[in-house]
Design a protein around this ligand. Structure first.
Ligand code: HNI
Length: 148
């Protein structure tokens, strides 16, 4: 199980407190769909995602970003039990949504890129990046736990 140091915990909680989660979620999902276009196959119910502009302006993409960030906030509040926190979501992504778990890492990358842009050079220090990426990677791993 992933262990977080006190410094990592406080960096994760502090960064989360500085973010506008809706905005970060929407931008991160949009980036996922634009940077890794094969991920679009899971979102055929979202309507027009045929171009970067359509993706950026799609309200379902934005709404989904908010949902994902809400789920991540649960993780921020349960750093000691990410596996348990994401067990049901893992089962859902595996058995119902059939999402290839490699995609969790791609979204994690888009989220950390988006956070870096929001925080900027002086706040997104290497230490902050380390803590955020460790958290996102642990969430991605927890989301992959119910796959078999
Ligand atoms: Ni994901 C639905 C959380 C990564 C495809 N996803 C959800 C829901 C949550 C969620 C919460 C809503 C569940 C419900 O309705 O009960 N997803 C997360 C989290 C991550 C993640 C925390 C990673 C950080 N999901 C991904 C990835 C993909 C993905 C990487 C595909 C590339 N998720 C989906 C799809 C749905 C979904 C598709 C259903 C969307 C809808 O509205 O129909």
């Amino acid at each position: 199980m992933v262990e977080f140091t006190d410094a990592e915990r406080s960096a994760i909680v502090s960064v989360w407190g500085q973010l506008h989660a809706d905005e970060v979620g929407a931008h991160a999902i949009a980036r996922l769909l634009i940077v890794y276009p094969w991920t679009q196959r899971y979102f055929s119910a979202f309507g027009n995602i045929s171009s970067p502009a359509a993706i950026m302006g799609n309200p379902k993409v934005a709404a989904h970003g908010k949902v994902v960030m809400g789920a991540l906030e649960k993780g921020v509040k349960n750093l000691n039990n990410l596996k348990g926190t994401y067990a049901a979501l893992s089962t859902m992504h595996s058995e119902k949504l059939h999402v290839d778990p490699d995609n969790f890492r791609l979204l994690a990358h888009c989220i950390s890129t988006t956070i870096a842009m929001k925080l900027g050079h002086s706040a997104f220090t290497p230490e902050v990046q380390e803590a955020i990426e460790k958290f996102l990677s642990a969430v991605a791993s927890a989301l992959g736990k119910q796959y078999h």
